[in-house]
Design a protein around this ligand. Structure first.
Ligand code: FMN
Length: 344
């Protein structure tokens, strides 16, 4: 199957696959505080993630490009929505444009539509430093994401099987690229061991990309004649993964995977994330209701986030970090069995 046909298939299956009604963010209750003392209109959403200055902790996470005109239109609309709402945006893997220059415009449109915005480039961990530089230059990126997606590759019949160069590739990019480099999962989450190993090779930004939203085991299984359904629930749920990553070294942790609304985003920030990405749910709004509806949805998410901040007396996203919460269910079990040296 061609790479561009695969991109379109991914979009169709990512939007179509069944999502569990339960999400691990439902295991987390932020403790309500009755004595609000802020002025709603003074609450700021500006956030800092290491060297990155963001006008909101929310960003559109990596999705597409490289699938011809359809993916160019999607990236154009996502970029316009990001510009109109002041949020960051990551493009999908640019390996296709590195291999086939005629696909470059499907990514370049993002910078054309949003000249001042924060934009993340995206490559796989098979990329060389030179390819990472090419991806970043293609869209004048402010940062680069390197995605790691081992299980997705294993389920994909045409997927990679040899990851022996992964660590050295990541290390070369982190050392050689003059931009923040975010290593990200795609829906399987990152453990404290993974976070520690990445820290040890110089990585300072990760996106935990946890389980709970778009499920690439399901997406790839829908494309297989004989699916590996036993792996459909593999992975670390996003809230548990934030706790795992934050219990380790001093990393800037972005949260993503199954964030449905501003309250889930606020919970991720309470757990110590410095920002949160949303992919599948934003794409669904764009594809089903159009660009204006997506802009309205992002404003709504910002309102929800500010409401949570108001309730917790947090005048900036950073101040949400460490606010009291109670965990139940499976997430409590993760915390009890895994977070032995946690800070929260
Ligand atoms: N992540 C990447 O790092 N690179 C990709 O090229 C990429 N392609 C994706 C394509 C689609 C259609 C979707 C829905 C997601 C893709 N992702 C990719 C993963 C997302 O960035 C994100 O990590 C994952 O979907 C979990 O977030 P969500 O539950 O909000 O969708």
């Amino acid at each position: 199957m061609s790479r561009s046909k695969r991109k379109i298939d991914h979009i169709r299956h990512a939007l179509g696959h069944e999502r569990a009604p339960y999400n691990h963010f439902d295991d987390m209750n932020i403790v309500h505080q009755s004595l609000a003392r802020l002025d709603f209109n003074q609450i700021t959403l500006t956030a800092e993630a290491g060297e990155l200055k963001l006008s909101s902790p929310l960003f559109v996470n990596a999705m597409t490009g490289g699938g011809g005109e359809k993916t160019r239109e999607i990236n154009r609309d996502l970029a316009i929505a990001a510009r109109e709402t002041g949020i960051g945006m990551a493009v999908g893997s640019q390996m296709s444009a590195i291999k086939r220059p005629e696909e470059r415009s499907t990514y370049e449109v993002v910078r054309e539509m949003n000249p001042e915005g924060v934009v993340f480039a995206n490559v796989g961990s098979e990329a060389s430093l030179q390819q990472a530089e090419e991806a970043a230059n293609m869209i004048e990126a402010n940062a680069l994401q390197i995605h790691i997606n081992t299980l997705q590759e294993l389920i994909m019949p045409e997927g990679d099987r040899d990851f022996t160069s992964r660590m050295s590739n990541i290390q070369k990019i982190v050392n050689g690229l003059d931009l923040p480099v975010v290593v990200k999962e795609v829906g399987y989450g990152m453990s404290m061991e993974t976070a520690q190993t990445l820290y040890d090779i110089g990585v300072r930004y990760i996106d935990v990309g946890g389980r709970g939203g778009t499920n690439f085991s399901r997406v790839e299984n829908l494309r297989r004649e004989k699916p590996f359904s036993s792996f459909n629930n593999w992975g670390i749920p996003t809230p548990a993964s934030i706790l795992e990553a934050r219990s380790s070294q001093d990393l800037h942790v972005f949260a993503s995977g199954g964030i449905r609304h501003g309250l889930d985003g606020a919970k991720a920030l309470v757990l110590g994330a410095c920002g949160f990405g949303m992919a599948g749910s934003l794409l669904k709004v764009l594809m089903e209701e159009g660009r204006e509806a997506l802009i309205e949805e992002i404003h709504h998410i910002h309102q929800e986030l500010k409401m949570a901040m108001m309730l917790l007396n947090a005048s900036s996203p950073e101040e949400l970090s460490g606010k009291p919460y109670v965990l139940t269910g499976e997430t409590k079990a993760w915390q009890e069995q895994r977070i032995t040296n946690g800070r929260w």
